[in-house]
Design a protein around this ligand. Structure first.
Ligand code: BGP
Length: 482
């Protein structure tokens, strides 16, 4: 019973949310570099500007300055006993414009040194190739993955990384939360630019663009998996799915069918990644809509580029109620989400559902029988600094401990009772970083506090929260003591 002996306990961040140094050592401008700061209190959303504009607040430009602090930050993670650390490679450090012929050596060297540091600390790197930080040039010049040339640019970037870090990095993932864009009706423009560097203009057919650019990303992902297997037979390449399961709001069969259709729409991506082909319901949808972007040869590529494991993030769950909006198809729309009255929510409205984690682990396992890795799970909250306690912390984040322990208990049940094959757990995020959805510093996830805030009055110093000591014991007992 319990987690495997070599269970990859750890934490996850992404380059753009942590590194800063946005224009240092030859780095190009990324999508994240043109996203402004938002604010949950004033309900100010992030904006995407066309290029870097004077006078705007771009929080990712400095982020938490991890570029210059990563050694001390990783040491703190090692102190907690981390066995793994997930981050991403900023594409713009390696190919500043995305379509460059030659990689930027200074960028490659930076990650060489970071991975060496991890190895010295006994920490296994788990690396995402594209985490919401595609080169801005690819958006401006090609409209991102709407242009099939981006498939080749991504493959080149992936091959460069696999060849360079062979022997240092074993666990890879292709596109972070590739499926968020499936909610194109609610957050379309935001997700499509984050995931595929696709800029949506007034009057565009967003739905058609989403399916087409996502298809090109899926082809690019499959080519990367194939390349990794050729270059390094020891490499394990996973997909990365943003998994927040959708329940029917009631036992009314119409709600049940509607929830199933929601799962189809949001998670067909993993069917393609894991099975190597589209599910029939998606092919029917494409036929119904008259989409013809699947080109000759794509089917063979998808088949040859099946992933080795399923990486996914899990934060919350949703519930949907059928409104009849799309008639017989029972298609789903995010507008049909309803609040789940059985669940509480975070200050950002994210519904807290530990049992849902066991449910999604089973959902994946029933379909794919592949190893899995939970590569994000965490609790964003406003933390309050208090006088330092005798135990040595100055933030009493018991709410974060409660969230994480309930989720770890649920995944332990999925291992013990359901027999799911779980490789590791990287909580999000061991150190406070810039929020991806809102661009805030004040939405904090860390065991390690970073003294910076939305108003930019901090000094970037690091400190330990109560949860730091708690997680250290979780790892030391291999998840026995929560
Ligand atoms: C996921 C992303 C991360 C991350 C996390 C928390 O969607 O992969 O990049 O930030 O969610 O979201 P947020 O930062 O918006 O709170």
């Amino acid at each position: 019973m319990g987690f495997r002996k070599d269970f990859l306990w750890g934490g996850a961040i992404a380059a753009h949310q942590a590194e800063g140094a946005w224009d240092v050592d030859g780095k190009g401008v990324s999508i994240a570099d043109v996203m402004t700061a938002g604010d949950n209190v004033t309900k100010t959303p992030r904006r995407i500007t066309r290029g870097v504009l004077e006078g705007e607040d771009y929080p990712n430009h400095k982020a938490i300055d991890f570029y210059y602090h990563y050694k001390e930050d990783l040491k703190l993670c090692a102190e907690m006993g981390f066995k793994s650390f997930r981050t991403s490679i900023a594409w713009t450090r390696i190919y500043p414009n995305g379509d460059d012929e030659q990689p930027n050596e200074a960028g490659l060297k930076f990650y060489d040194e970071m991975f060496d540091t991890m190895k010295e600390l006994g920490i296994e790197p788990v690396i995402t190739l594209s985490h919401f930080e595609m080169p801005y040039n690819l958006a401006a010049k090609y409209n991102g993955f709407m242009d099939r040339r981006c498939i080749g640019f991504f493959e080149r970037f992936a091959r460069t990384c696999f060849a360079r870090y062979k022997g240092k990095v074993k666990y890879w993932m292709t596109f972070n939360e590739i499926n968020n864009q499936a909610e194109w009706r609610a957050m379309g423009a935001h997700h499509m630019v984050q995931e595929g560097a696709v800029l949506v203009n007034e009057g565009d057919d967003m739905e058609a663009m989403m399916y087409e650019s996502a298809h090109n990303e899926l082809v690019a992902s499959a080519l990367a998996v194939k390349a990794a297997h050729e270059i390094d037979p020891d490499a394990m390449v996973g997909c990365m799915i943003g998994m927040n399961g959708v329940y029917p709001a009631t036992p009314n069969p119409a709600d049940v069918l509607n929830a199933q259709q929601a799962m189809h729409q949001k998670y067909y991506f993993v069917e393609v990644h894991a099975r190597g082909h589209y599910p029939s319901h998606m092919l029917k949808k494409f036929e119904r809509k008259g989409y013809d972007f699947i080109k000759e040869g794509d089917a063979e590529i998808l088949e040859a580029g099946k992933v080795d494991y399923i990486g996914f993030s899990y934060y919350m769950s949703f519930a949907t109620q059928f409104t009849g909006r799309f008639g017989d198809t029972y298609d789903f729309s995010e507008e049909d989400y309803v609040r789940n009255t059985y669940l509480k929510a975070s200050d950002w409205g994210w519904q807290i559902d530990p049992i849902g984690l066991r449910w999604v682990l089973n959902w994946f396992n029933d379909r794919f029988e592949l190893p899995m890795m939970i590569v994000e799970n965490g609790f964003g909250a406003y933390d309050k600094v208090i006088d330092r306690t005798e135990e040595g912390y100055m933030i009493d984040d018991q709410y974060r401990i409660d969230y994480l322990s309930a989720h770890i208990a649920a995944m332990r049940d999925a291992v013990n009772y359901d027999g799911v094959d779980l490789l590791g757990y990287q909580m999000w995020a061991p150190i406070d970083i810039v929020s991806a959805s809102t661009g805030e510093y004040d939405k904090r996830y860390g065991f390690i506090y970073v003294n910076e805030n939305n108003a930019h009055t901090g000094d970037f110093s690091r400190d330990k929260k109560k949860s730091f000591f708690w997680y250290k014991n979780v790892i030391a007992t291999n998840g026995e003591e929560l």
